[in-house]
Design a protein around this ligand. Sequence first.
Ligand code: ADP
Length: 265
Amino acid sequence: SDARVFSVVVIPFAVSNRLLLSRDVSQIERVETMRRDFVANVSHELRTPLTVVLGFLEHLVHDPGMDPATRANFTNMLHDQAQRMNRLVGDLLTLSKLENRQQPLPGEVVDMPALIAALVEDGRALSNGKHVFEVQDEAGNLLGSVNELRSAFGNLVSNAVRYTPAGGIIKLRWHTENGAPVFSVADNGIGIAAEHLPRLTERFYRVDKGRSAQTGGTGLGLAIVKHALLNHQARLEIDSALGAGSTFKAVFPAARLIVSASLAA
Ligand code: ADP
């Protein structure tokens, strides 16, 4: 009869619709929870230095006769905390730009030797002579966004400096593996225990919050790396052992490599 045809045809649709709907709802809930956590994290990360700033300002205002050495000390600490807030807001803006990029990549020819030289210069400035830098530049140029790659690679270099004790070696390597261009930063620093690796690129995820904050970390560096690489269809590989050091590798699609005449020869 008609009724039987109706039930055969409609019920499977109804079931699959309901399944789809509940999957959509749980996806929306997940996104909403992430958004709430993010706002709570940002608020907390800003409030911590702000509380310190307000405390020092109160002392300065209420104690005009404070001795000059203490005053200078307080002013320095105010400056440090303001810089910390500035770094956080800067990283938040960088991350939001990476996520909302309008023009699609490929983009421009990135002069890798020049970019690597700039990265080493920035790394040396941050290291303050405490680390040895080694460079191995064996590939050509890359098709992509120089700004995004500079901020991704720059974060890898600054992490290598910040998580490697004085005297450590930081190696920047640009080469190809099975035709795929690979940029890597290796250090022989404190390393990361395996259980942390899957969560490292999450915003504000840190192995040691104290060390991260003390060395100027915002907790957003690897989230920036992840999004910049995603925009280049590249993946991040992390190889690390506690106490032995870490290697962070950005593996790009072969199509992004521009082999220069001198390297091809
Ligand atoms: P942060 O500002 O805290 O450094 P990141 O997102 O750059 O934030 O890194 C997340 C965490 O990953 C760091 O807090 C640190 O625990 C760990 N990490 C990143 N790079 C290294 C490294 N080269 N060696 C050891 N640990 C690292």
